[in-house]
Design a protein around this ligand. Structure first.
Ligand SMILES: [Cu+2]
Length: 205
């Protein structure tokens, strides 16, 4: 009888433990639903609340609006070689971008008619990154090229600030309030379209 009693006691304990486990699972499930539900019965507003919470969490991860002072240089890079090493390209220089240059054999160096040269104007850096709501100050120095007619365009193609004619050896300051997310552009129309830099503005929640 003692052994039977002991066996029944274990079964009872297992049954009680099983019931308690089920109750714990139900409680956890209900509380889990309540946490996801936001405590209200309105599914639409619950989603809105969740979206607002996610936006607030993302905003907290981003740096506060700031001012970017970026040093920019107007550059022209050149390269030359000889027809002994590589045949010259079959290209009409007048069809190239104003930012590109090509001087054919004979035209480049009359004393060495086998030499030819290519060149390209550019901004350095060519790509910059900021967040919506930041301000941008570009401190520009013109190293190459006597003249660069320069502007900043917002993501809709509208000119921000003034169009500035820049000359070699001078420094210039351009600024913009980056109100819109998207790609702003620093454009030299003298050497368009290739002398263009991008300012990628990330959206801020
Ligand atoms: Cu230019």
């Amino acid at each position: 009888m003692r052994g039977t009693s002991q066996v029944l006691g274990k079964e009872e304990q297992l049954a009680v433990a099983s019931v308690l486990g089920c109750i714990a699972l139900i409680i956890a499930f209900v509380f889990g639903l309540a946490a996801c539900d936001g405590g209200t019965d309105d599914g639409i507003s619950d989603n809105a609340d969740t979206a607002a919470e996610v936006e607030a969490a993302l905003a907290a991860l981003l740096p506060p609006p700031t001012n970017h002072l970026i040093e920019v240089t107007a550059l022209e890079v050149k390269g030359s070689t000889s027809t002994d090493d590589l045949a010259a390209p079959d290209v009409d220089p007048s069809t190239l971008s104003a930012g590109f240059g090509y001087k054919a054999p004979g035209a480049y160096d009359t004393d060495n008619p086998d030499q030819w040269q290519v060149a390209s104007y550019m901004w350095n850096p060519g790509q910059m990154v900021a967040y919506q709501g930041d301000t941008l100050d570009l401190h520009v120095f013109v190293l190459n090229g006597n003249t660069h007619e320069t502007r900043i365009e917002d993501p809709n193609g509208n000119i921000v600030g003034d169009v500035v004619v820049m000359n070699r050896g001078r420094e210039y300051d351009l600024s913009a309030n980056l109100e819109s997310a998207g790609v702003y552009r620093l454009i030299c129309s003298t050497h368009s379209p290739t002398m263009t830099a991008e300012i990628v503005v990330m959206p801020r929640p």
